[in-house]
Write a protein that binds this ligand. Structure first.
Ligand code: GLU
Length: 515
């Protein structure tokens, strides 16, 4: 027998074996990430293998989604993808070998028979395991029945012994196989099942380390028995703790967990998802919480993976995503946000140029950069950029004139305030236009409000509120000077004039046009 130490010396090879029965979820990312980190740290190889033997539930669409998602996350592999659905001949060869060596046998028992047996055993307080009845049937007789077309499964001849293995995460694990019985390893020669295919593939592909979710621990003794029957060396195991919701139940949509494609669509960054996933079961034992892939490759260690369940916290994911968004330069962020502007119908690409869909104006590169730079502090996910910034793209601001009113000011006073802003802003040359300049001018005007009984005659909202509403037509926005900076001199003045018309009633319609 080879010791664990000798196995370490052999070239390390791990596998990423997702089952494509649904879109990729966080558990698959965690499995892939931990394998990726461990293999990369040990100069090992990674095999990608699609475990698509469940023909009813496996779909190409899901396999493609997983492959695409892992690539997007930067979790690559060296070999594959292999598809188990295309490896039937290999499994058949190994099944045949076990049948020939009498380590597996044909079982003809019907579902009803098995169910009755199970009920009987349970009524006697015994563990429901297969009786071994068909093992008694002579091989020639079984082969004859198969030739006649009788349906039968292939059962592995189990053992009653105790099995132990060393798990990197959980230490020594022992199992009593007397409770396992003879288990089914294939529905027929062309349809081998998971506990069998996994052993054959891990052997054929030279896998040295199996790093997977804890839900597979109970499968491990069966797989070890199959390895022994085939004379295959046992890989090193590491079972990662279960990922669960805050209420400690199985993770689901209810806990805010959605498919990775959906996170990507909403504008979560790959870096944030990686950082988040790394902490699902691992932590460095220090205060450090922000980890780039380079840092994970340096600090990650399977020895520091916890045994207890890992709690999925969507609030933390949002926090991390915001943090990674804030690390982007305006140019990077504008590029990341562009697809959201396009999807929302705000921006279109015509020929070489991007255009504002509503005004048909060409969008200068600096325009989007300014918008995203001002929104950056509040963005938790990229998709939010659309709701936060739609008013920059519209050729038509639609709002009620009463929205312009600050406190108990009359519309006449608001029209005067807007007039004052128009006068102040008209004096600024295009070349001097900018957030700081605008702020200086307006704030010094505010500082000049006459003092009456020790208090200014008006508060700052008298100018700032109508400025805000005139520029975006709503209550919530980035700062008014930031908006004016994005819009530029001409559009800012136009929006102010339109607002003044609205407040003073000189505009017949309440719908205002920029152009
Ligand atoms: N295909 C299995 C799954 O997606 C993984 C099997 C294994 O790691 O052994 O859960």
């Amino acid at each position: 027998m080879t010791t664990d130490n000798e196995k370490q010396l052999k070239k390390m090879k791990v596998r990423m074996p997702p089952s494509p029965t649904g879109y990729m979820h966080i558990g698959t990312v965690r499995m892939a990430l931990f394998n990726y980190l461990y293999a990369s740290q040990h100069d090992g190889q990674i095999v990608m293998r699609m475990e698509d033997t469940d023909r009813e539930r496996s779909k190409k669409e899901f396999a493609d989604d997983i492959i695409d998602g892992l690539r997007w996350l930067g979790l690559g592999w060296d070999e594959g993808p292999y598809y188990q659905s295309q490896r039937g001949e290999i499994y058949k060869r190994y099944l045949q070998r076990l049948l020939d060596e009498n380590k597996a046998y044909w079982c003809f028992c019907s579902q009803d028979e098995l169910e009755a047996q199970k009920q009987y055993q349970m009524s006697r307080g015994e563990a429901p395991i297969y009786s071994g009845k068909c093992f008694e049937m002579p091989r020639a007789q079984a082969e004859e029945l198969i030739r006649q077309g009788r349906k039968a499964v292939v059962r592995f001849r189990g053992s009653k012994k105790k099995i132990a293995f060393n798990d990197i995460v959980r230490g020594r694990i022992e199992f009593d196989c007397s409770l396992t019985g003879d288990f089914v390893i294939a529905k027929d020669l062309d349809n081998a099942l998971y506990n069998f295919t996994v052993v054959v593939d891990d052997c054929e592909m030279g896998i040295t380390h199996v790093i997977r979710g804890e839900d597979h621990i109970s499968n491990t003794p069966k797989q070890i028995l199959v390895q022994e029957a085939l004379g295959i060396e046992m890989p090193v195991y590491a079972h990662l703790p279960i990922v669960m919701g805050a209420d400690r139940s199985k993770l689901s949509k209810r806990h805010g967990a959605v498919a990775i494609t959906e996170y990507r669509r909403q504008g979560y960054l790959a870096e944030a998802l990686i950082n988040f996933t790394a902490f699902l079961g691992w932590n460095p034992g220090t205060e450090k919480e922000i980890y780039s892939m380079e840092e994970l490759l340096r600090d990650f260690s399977l020895d520091k993976v916890q045994k207890g369940g890992a709690v999925f916290n969507p609030v933390r994911l949002d926090y991390l995503n915001g943090l990674y968004i804030r690390q982007k330069t305006p140019a990077q962020l504008a590029e990341l946000c562009l697809p959201y502007f396009i999807e929302a119908g705000l921006v279109s690409k015509e020929g070489q140029d991007y255009k504002n869909r509503q005004t048909a104006e060409i969008i200068e590169p600096g325009f989007l950069e300014k918008i995203v730079a001002y929104q950056q502090p509040r963005l938790k996910k990229l998709s939010e950029i659309v709701d936060l910034s739609g008013y920059f793209f519209t050729g038509q601001l639609d709002y009620d004139k009463d929205l312009l009113k600050w406190k108990d000011a009359t519309l006449k006073e608001i029209a005067d305030a807007l007039d004052e802003l128009i006068n102040l802003f008209s004096k600024i040359e295009t070349g001097d236009w900018g957030r700081q300049k605008l702020e200086e001018i307006v704030m010094s005007r505010i500082a000049g409000f006459n003092l009456a009984q020790g208090k200014p005659e008006k508060d700052r909202g008298y100018l700032l509120w109508p400025l805000r509403v005139a520029l975006c037509g709503q209550k919530m926005s980035i700062g008014p000077f930031e908006m004016a900076d994005v819009l530029g001199r001409e559009k800012t003045l136009k929006r102010l004039m339109a607002a003044k018309d609205l407040a003073s009633g000189t505009s017949s319609a309440e719908t205002l046009f920029d152009n």
